[in-house]
Design a protein around this ligand. Structure first.
Ligand code: SF4
Length: 146
């Protein structure tokens, strides 16, 4: 029986990343070819452009952001993008509620999709992205590839 996977779009070779590139992962593509795959990019869903300025956390990780204890800002300019990242996470959650995925496969290191590590004020630290945090809070199974 086929499973339903929601997948960070960049892992499937879609050029959704902040730098206009993808992060294709052959293992994930192969998994998706044999199952039902729903690609998504929270940062595009949140209204950000591609390419876009890179962002990092201030004051905590994605869990802290959804609890309103931290922010996400553009690295260079300091412009606050928390609204866009929250919106992207909420739109992704809407998709999850419709497709009811068996698992969500996320790209690690991203301020949206990160599962184990994220950039907090210029330093890679243990923590998760905003979309990952919201999906976990809502009880979805989340794993990471690259
Ligand atoms: S937000 Fe997620 S899906 Fe979009 S480019 Fe970044 S890691 Fe990939």
């Amino acid at each position: 029986m086929k499973k339903v996977y929601m997948v960070s779009a960049c892992l499937l070779g879609l050029a959704t990343r902040y730098d206009g590139r993808s992060k294709e992962n052959k293992e994930v593509i192969s998994l998706c070819m044999n199952n039902i795959c729903v690609p998504f990019c929270p940062e595009q869903l949140g209204g950000l452009s591609t390419p876009r300025p890179p962002c990092f956390f201030k004051g905590g990780d994605g869990m802290a952001v959804i609890e309103n204890r931290a922010r996400i800002v553009e690295k260079e300019s300091g412009v606050d993008r928390t609204f866009n990242f929250m919106r992207g996470a909420e739109e992704t959650l809407k998709i999850a509620k419709i497709v009811k995925p068996n698992m969500v496969i996320l790209k690690d290191g991203s301020p949206s999709c990160g599962v184990n590590r994220v950039d907090i004020e210029g330093i890679k630290k243990e923590g998760c992205g905003v979309t990952c945090a919201l999906l976990k809070k809502e009880g979805y199974e989340v794993v990471t590839y690259g």
